[in-house]
Each structure stands twice: as structure tokens, then as C-alpha cells.
Design a protein around this ligand. Structure first.
Ligand code: ATP
Ligand code: MG
Length: 153
């Protein structure tokens, strides 16, 4: 279906406002100049993608950290980035984080809760849309997740 991705991002941010506040993480959405960018995708599924990525950025963020959400409009696609300056992911673990049940450093993440399914679901949804998701991260510095969606007129 066709929907405004800017509105959907704002819905997710509203939903996670409390969690972010509790963790001392600031959520910042730089929405370019336009208030509407229309995409063609499954709205419920993309809500889940954004929600999982943003929850992770808060969970694995640092106190007084920041999550930036950015939307970049290209010719036929849009690119969405969820970037944090949190704990980061070691290069050795990076290739495995989209696997089901995979969690980095079990002892550390145990008390944060979670099943290791969030990113596997994200990957499954983006694959199902024939789109791409990428991650880059520096351990101790932060992580950036970017994915594409089909633009709609
Ligand atoms: P769930 O999402 O099912 O509640 P989870 O958050 O542990 O549990 P995923 O979202 O799949 O599972 O993430 C897998 C692992 O990747 C996490 O356990 C964490 O170690 C690491 N990870 C994910 N996102 C980030 C991030 N933004 N910064 C640092 N590490 C991350
Ligand atoms: Mg998660």
C-alpha cells in the first residue's frame, strides 16, 4: 500500500518516547524539508522494522546518547537510516546479528531482555520487499542501520 513514511516514523517515535526518556537517550528525526514522502510497502511490517531498529538503538545506547533517524530521498528509492552512538558491535559479531536468536555477549545483554529475534524479523521483512538492509558499526562508538524502500508518486 501507499503511505507517508514521515508520518509512520513519527508514530514509532511517539510510541518509543517513554522508553527513550527512561534510558536517557534522545531521539532526533531529521526529516529533510518535506513533510511527506510516499512509499509503497506493507505499512504494518515497516512499522515493525522501524520499531525494532529504534528499540535496539535505545537498548544498546549509552546514557545521554542520541539516536538519529534520517530519510534520504533518491530517484526511485528512499534510504532510511537509524544511527546511534551506543555500545556498538564488534566486527567479529557483525555478520551474525541478522540470524535468529543471535545475541552479542550473552552475559551483558541478558539483563536487558530480548530473544535475539528483532533483527531476524527486520531482515525477513526487508527481503520480502526485495529491498536492502545494511549495518555498519564501530565497537564502543555506535551503529548505523540503513534500509531502502520503493518510492511512490
Ligand atoms: P529482541 O529484539 O528479540 O527483543 P535482541 O534485541 O537481543 O532481542 P536483535 O534485535 O535481533 O535481538 O539484535 C541482536 C543482537 O545484536 C542484540 O542482542 C545486540 O547484541 C546486537 N545489537 C542489535 N542492535 C544493536 C545496536 N543498535 N547497538 C549495539 N548492538 C546491537
Ligand atoms: Mg532487538
Amino acid at each position: 500500500e501507499r503511505f507517508n513514511i514521515i508520518d509512520l516514523i513519527n508514530e514509532v517515535l511517539e510510541m518509543q518516547e517513554m522508553r527513550a526518556k527512561k534510558q536517557g537517550v534522545k531521539l532526533i528525526f531529521s526529516q529533510e524539508d518535506s513533510n511527506s514522502i510516499f512509499v509503497y510497502a506493507d505499512k504494518k511490517e515497516i512499522f515493525q522494522v522501524l520499531n525494532n531498529l529504534i528499540v535496539n538503538s535505545i537498548k544498546y545506547g549509552k546514557d545521554k546518547g542520541t539516536t538519529h533517524i534520517e530519510v534520504m530521498s533518491m530517484d526511485k528509492n528512499i534510504l532510511i537510516e537509524v544511527r546511534d552512538n551506543g555500545i556498538g558491535i564488534e566486527a567479529d559479531n557483525l555478520p551474525r546479528i541478522f540470524e535468529r536468536f543471535y545475541r552479542v555477549d550473552k552475559s551483558r545483554s541478558r539483563n536487558m531482555g530480548g530473544s535475539g529475534l528483532g533483527l531476524a524479523i527486520v531482515k525477513h521483512i526487508i527481503d520480502g520487499h526485495n529491498q536492502n538492509i545494511n549495518v555498519s558499526s564501530n565497537y564502543g562508538e555506535g551503529s548505523s542501520f540503513t534500509f531502502t524502500l520503493n518510492k511512490s508518486k
